[in-house]
Structure formats: structure tokens, C-alpha cells
Design a protein around this ligand. Structure first.
Ligand code: AMP
Ligand code: ZN
Length: 547
């Protein structure tokens, strides 16, 4: 196995990565607080984690990736004062806190899919793990690390010798930071809540019984509890954005090591911010946030261009958002697709020299800007088109840009299933075409409406009629529960079992117009491939049907 070097916030050094167990990595990534949509800044953090995970996998590691969903109402501000975020979201949206959590969790998962981010091996929700959090607080209490105030059970940070080992800040500076929100009852400004009591006479939407009375857990305890529960001793890498270093991760380490008496995670990795012009952080609370839908879908831009844009800047450097940068990324990605399509369909052999060079870059603390330079070198080289295609497709296992062949689908699961939905929609289209041919406008308009109710617009042009989905990210659910969406429905089989590959999609530089063309060309699409067969089977299908 090649050596991988990663920058460890704990030591402030690039270190050779050595997992606890050979060939396996336990990776914990702090997930979203689901009271609002994820903004592009949040998604930058998850893109960084995806690139880390894919790099480890590309190197042959089996990665167990755990991500939590913070669906419990922790409070605005890091220091446990302020308003409950979930209840705030609930009041704003006119829903219950539970509904808000569910809604934004789904929206978040959709964003990940759209960005071709591989799903974690384990999703875990704070609200599903309350007893475990209570158990950990009891342990801390038994070991004498806690004290009680009028509003909760707190962790006494003065009991921990090396409280600042992650932040590397002197304690006075940490204390200064913690003084922003005053809580006179705390013994030390850096102390933090493990359990908060529900205010007397107030019924909160999310609250639980505990040995200390009805209330809810603090934020940090959930990540300590769930990483220990789901990773066990496999505590290799813990990630998040740089804003987590001084408080959230510092507190996770303090309480976990206090509870277990053992080291909590060997490597801590942090992604730098996405800023808006002027160096201001994009933040949920600041209302300056831009979502994937707003910037990409609403502007007819391929959202993978955001992934491409993020690859241009090292994860430890700030990235600045601008419309120009996004437009540049979108057109450059299209340019890249065009170059790859021009290589043809034949797959040759992966060039080992370039692969080695690429690996060296990504294994050097995820140096993706230089890894992309290697990709461009391959395309400019004198390798045969077939070997170029093989090499680039191999790189795409890590880049995840869907660079034009089946290998980019490895992370999408696949299920072959006849789509009743597609049959139904195309049936309507045929009926409408017939009505039009008979000048039966009343009937044709009625059917157009029915089609619209199902998410498609009908467009008529010189070639006949076409169906265009209103929302390209919509997930359709069939009566049998089978789900698919257009972004991920990359692989199709037509009636005669000829596979229609994603390539068709790439030929057109305006990605939104690609689908209608595909639909027009393959009206007889009857089977949807979406996710469930093994990689070996996929390879088999690919070999059988390619060409
Ligand atoms: P939150 O949902 O606020 O808990 O944040 C989810 C993730 O996004 C965390 O890992 C944060 O560190 C990260 N994050 C928040 N804002 C930004 C930003 N502007 N740029 C990059 N990462 C961010
Ligand atoms: Zn966390």
C-alpha cells in the first residue's frame, strides 16, 4: 500500500496515516444540524470528507464512515445559551420540530446525491441515541467530572489537563472566546452543558426523562456517544469544518477521554471555509447562505460544477464564492466532458505512470488541485484515446465527476426494475400525441395537465413532442415504493436490453436539455437501472452491453 500523508490538527503536522486496524479506517464526520437547508459552505465540508473517504478507498482501505444528524434542539451559540435551533426552525416553517428535522434531513441527503457524495456507511440521529448519551453523562458524573447548575449538568473543564490540545490556544484565549455568552453559574467559562433542563412550566417539543429531570442533551455529547457506539475502537479519523476545532471537537475530546480513559481519535481533520466576497464565512445563521438549488438548478447549471470548483482549492485553504467562479467551473467541466467524449467508447488500459503520479498527489494531504493537473496531463499526453479513457475513468473513482463511463457509477447502487411510472408517463404522452393528431385540443390539454401533475412539461417541436421534467432533482416514488431520480438514473436499458449510457447526457453542453433529447431518442425505455447489484454484476452488464 502507498503511504498517505494527512494534516492532523491535533499535532499541527502532516503525518503518515496509520490506521488502528490493518486495511480498515473508521471515519466520523460531524453531520448537519437539520433546521434549515445546507448551504454551499456546509456542502464544501462534506465534499472534503467525500474526497478523503474516496482517497482512502482508492488506496484499498475499507472505510467505515459514520455521520450523525443533529436533530435535537441544541442551542444557537456554542456555549449552550440562546434559542433552540430546532424550535426556531419549527416556528419559522409552521411545522413541528420533528417534521422540520425530517424535512431537512431528506433535503440534505438529496444534496449529497446531487453532488455524487458517497453515502456514509452508517447514519445516526441524536434523537435515536438519547439513552446512550445519558449513560455517558452518568459515567462522567460517577468519575466526578460534572456539576449541576440551575439550568443543567455541566462538564468541568478544569478537571482535564490538556483541554487545549486540539485548539493549541492558551487557556486564557479559549476562556475569552467562551465568555461571549455569559453564564454566571459556570465554574469556568469553557465548561459546557452535558444535559439541559427543560425550563419550569415549559413543555418543549423535544425532551426526555433523565436521572436529572426532564430535559435534553447538549450538542457535543451526541458526537462522543455515537462515534464510540458505531465505531467502537476504530477511532481513526474525525472530521468537520474548522469552526469545530475550538469548542465542539475540543469538548468531544475532553468528555470522551474523561469517560473512557483512552485516546479519542488519532487524526483530526478540518476543512476550511467557503467565504463570500470580503472573506465573510457563509453561515446558516447569517442569512447570507446560498443553496445548491438556488445557485445551480435555478440557473440551469450542472451542480457537479460545484464539486469541480471545490476540487480546485485545497481543503485547508479558504475558498471564495463568486458567480464568476461558478460560471467558470460549469463551463470548464463541460469542456472536460467534451474532451472525454471525444476519446470514443473503447476502454484501454490504465496507465500506471500517471496513476502513480495521481496517487502521489492525492496521498499528499488530498492535493486535488495538482491531481487535476495530472488529469489534464493525461488528456494531453500521447497515450491512445482508449488508454486515456481508462486512466481518466479510474481517476474518477476519487474525483466523482461522472467522467463518462461505468466506473463512475460504482458508488450508485443499481436495481433493475420495470418502471411502471415511465410506462405510465409515456402512455400519457402517446395518448396526447394521438389527440393532437386528431385535432382534439380539449383532450390533449386535459392530458397535458395530467402529465404536468406528474412532474413533466410537454414541449412540441418539429420532431414531435418531448417530456421535460420540471424539477431535475425530484425523486419519484412509484406505488411499489421504488424510488429513482433523474440525476442518479444514469444507466438505462431499452426494450432490447441495449444499455444506453450516461454519455448521451454528456454530449449536450446544456445539461438541462440533455434529458429531453435522451427521452426523445429512447422513448421505448422500459427498465430503469438504479442501484442494487454488485460491482461484479455491473461490470458484467457493462461488458455484455457496451457497443
Ligand atoms: P452545521 O450544520 O452548522 O452543524 O454545519 C455542518 C458542517 O458544515 C460542519 O462541519 C461545519 O464546520 C461546516 N461549515 C459551516 N459553515 C461552513 C462554511 N462557510 N464553509 C465550510 N464549512 C462550513
Ligand atoms: Zn460533532
Amino acid at each position: 500500500m502507498q503511504k498517505i500523508f494527512l494534516y492532523n490538527t491535533l499535532t499541527r503536522k502532516k503525518e503518515e496515516f496509520k490506521p488502528i486496524n490493518d486495511g480498515e479506517v473508521g471515519l466520523y464526520a460531524c453531520g448537519p444540524t437539520v433546521y434549515n437547508f445546507a448551504h454551499l459552505g456546509n456542502l464544501r465540508a462534506y465534499l472534503f470528507e467525500d474526497l478523503l473517504k474516496r482517497t482512502l478507498q482508492y488506496n484499498g482501505y475499507k472505510v467505515k464512515h459514520v455521520m450523525n444528524i443533529t436533530d435535537v434542539g441544541h442551542l444557537t451559540g456554542d456555549m449552550d445559551m440562546g434559542q433552540d435551533k430546532m424550535e426556531k426552525g419549527a416556528a419559522r416553517d409552521g411545522k413541528s420540530a420533528w417534521e422540520v428535522a425530517e424535512f431537512y434531513t431528506e433535503a440534505f441527503k438529496k444534496d449529497l446525491r446531487v453532488l455524487n457524495i458517497v453515502e456514509p456507511s452508517i447514519w445516526c440521529k441524536a434523537t435515536d441515541n438519547i439513552p446512550e448519551q445519558i449513560a455517558m453523562i452518568i459515567t462522567l458524573e460517577e468519575k466526578g467530572f460534572t456539576y449541576k447548575t440551575s439550568d443543567g449538568i455541566y462538564f468541568d473543564t478544569s478537571r482535564v489537563k490538556d483541554y487545549n490540545k486540539l485548539s493549541h490556544l492558551d487557556l486564557e484565549t479559549l476562556r475569552e472566546g467562551a465568555r461571549v455568552e455569559k453564564n454566571e453559574e459556570k465554574k469556568n467559562p469553557t465548561d459546557f452543558a452535558l444535559w439541559k433542563f427543560s425550563p419550569v412550566g415549559v413543555k418543549r417539543q423535544m425532551e426526555w426523562e433523565s436521572p436529572w429531570g426532564i430535559g435534553f442533551p447538549g450538542w457535543h455529547i451526541e458526537c462522543s456517544t455515537m462515534s464510540l457506539k458505531f465505531l467502537g475502537d476504530q477511532l481513526d479519523i474525525h472530521c468537520g469544518g474548522i469552526d469545530h476545532i475550538n469548542i465542539h471537537h475540543t469538548n468531544e475530546i475532553a468528555q470522551s477521554e474523561a469517560a473512557t480513559g483512552k485516546k479519542f481519535f488519532n487524526y483530526w481533520m478540518h476543512g476550511a471555509f467557503l467565504n463570500i466576497a470580503g472573506g465573510k464565512k457563509m453561515a446558516k445563521s447569517a442569512d447570507n447562505f446560498l443553496t445548491l438549488d438556488k445557485v445551480f438548478t435555478e440557473n440551469n447549471l450542472n451542480p457537479l460544477a460545484y464539486r469541480f470548483a471545490a476540487l480546485q482549492t485545497n481543503y485547508r485553504k479558504p475558498m471564495e464564492y463568486s458567480e464568476e467562479a461558478i460560471a467558470w467551473a460549469a463551463s470548464s467541466l463541460t469542456g472536460l466532458y467534451e474532451k472525454i467524449i471525444a476519446l470514443g467508447r473503447e476502454i484501454g488500459i490504465i496507465d500506471e505512470n500517471y496513476k502513480h503520479k495521481f496517487l502521489e498527489k492525492i496521498n499528499d494531504d488530498l492535493n486535488f488541485p495538482e491531481a487535476l493537473a495530472v488529469l489534464h496531463e493525461v488528456l494531453k499526453s500521447d497515450l491512445s484515446p482508449a488508454d486515456k479513457l481508462a486512466t481518466v475513468s479510474d481517476f474518477d473513482l476519487v474525483l466523482g465527476l461522472k467522467l463518462g463511463n461505468f466506473k463512475s457509477f460504482i458508488n450508485n447502487e443499481i436495481v433493475a426494475e420495470e418502471s411502471e411510472y415511465v410506462k405510465y408517463i409515456f402512455g400519457l404522452k402517446e395518448k396526447r400525441d394521438l389527440a393532437r393528431a386528431q385535432n382534439n385540443w380539449l383532450e390533449s390539454d386535459k392530458i397535458r395537465k395530467e402529465i404536468a401533475d406528474n412532474g413533466f412539461e410537454v414541449k412540441d417541436d418539429a420532431n414531435g413532442s418531448r417530456l421535460i421534467p420540471f424539477d431535475y432533482h425530484k425523486i419519484f416514488t412509484e406505488p411499489n415504493g421504488f424510488k429513482y431520480d433523474y440525476i442518479n438514473g444514469d444507466l438505462y436499458v431499452n426494450k432490447t436490453n441495449n444499455v444506453v449510457i450516461f454519455e448521451e447526457f454528456l454530449i449536450f453542453s446544456d445539461w438541462r436539455n440533455a434529458w429531453p433529447v435522451l427521452f426523445r431518442k429512447y422513448d421505448n425505455v422500459k427498465y430503469f437501472f438504479n442501484n442494487n447489484i454488485s460491482e461484479t454484476d455491473k461490470l458484467d452488464i457493462y461488458k455484455r452491453y457496451w457497443n
